[in-house]
Design a protein around this ligand. Structure first.
Ligand code: PGA
Length: 249
């Protein structure tokens, strides 16, 4: 059985004051029946880890460097994330791929280092609107998967997030059939590459405009094991609606 996961990505949002949202979440879910993860900006990671101490909520990073340490001004290593209390790290988010030109091989190198440091890695894949309209979605996802996911992946250290770029922060969501098609494809690819045992144990998240109002429908789709949530993870009340829907799924 794959344990379901509600993951929040705060992106470049949040200062000390925002920690009250996390404290509220920690009070509401001292022992959630699904995994709950919040990835705040790196500046808040340590305090965020303290805020969820004693609960089953964990915190994670939004990126890390491929090198273990060294002369990389402004970057953060996987070991530093672990040291600050992170259980996980998001890698290859489309905003990193777009803003920083990250390629599949960069994501793979980062994932290797993160896995070696003991982090669970949420590797993001997803097509642009242009690619979807040209009926290239599955080719794009397949290429991103083979390029970005390292060989050492297991059901424990790998989580794959399907995030159509055109659905992120737009309020647009693919149809449930479209989500199902991509998730089934990702599952089949993982089984083919890693064998049935590992392939079936990797959790697959959907991300892109998930809200309390559409979460239950999305969580009913086959091979959707949870969500990676941006905007709706910033407020405890909104994120709670999503966690509740996942607990009931
Ligand atoms: P969104 O972002 O929920 O605000 O659409 C999702 C993501 O980028 O992970």
């Amino acid at each position: 059985m794959r344990r379901k996961l509600a993951a929040g990505n705060w992106k470049m949002n949040g200062t000390s004051a925002t920690l009250t949202e996390l404290q509220a979440l920690a009070r509401s879910y001292p022992a959630a029946t699904v995994d709950v993860l919040i990835c705040p900006p790196a500046t808040l990671l340590h305090r965020a880890a303290d805020a969820v101490k004693g609960t089953e909520i964990t915190v994670g990073g939004q990126n890390c460097h491929a090198a273990e340490s060294g002369a990389h001004t402004g970057d953060i290593s996987a070991e530093m994330l672990v040291d600050a209390g992170a259980s996980s790290v998001i890698l290859g988010h489309s905003e990193r791929r777009e803003d920083h030109g990250e390629q599949n091989e960069d994501v793979r190198a980062k994932a290797r280092t993160a896995m070696d440091a003991g982090l669970k890695t949420i590797i993001c894949v997803g097509e642009s609107l242009e690619q979807r309209e040209a009926a290239n979605t599955l080719d794009i996802i397949g290429g991103q998967m083979s390029g970005s996911i390292p060989d050492q992946s297991t059901g424990e250290n790998l989580i794959v997030a399907y995030e159509p770029i055109w659905a992120i922060g737009t309020g647009k969501v693919p149809t449930l059939n479209e989500i199902g098609e991509v998730h089934d494809f990702i599952r089949a690819r993982l089984e083919r590459r890693f064998g049935e045992g590992v392939g079936r144990s990797v959790r697959l998240l959907y991300g892109g405009s998930v809200k309390p109002s559409n979460a239950a429908d999305i969580f009913a789709v086959s091979n959707v094991d949870g969500a990676l949530v941006g905007g709706a993870s910033l407020k405890a009340q909104d994120f709670s609606g999503i966690i509740d829907a996942l607990q009931k799924a």
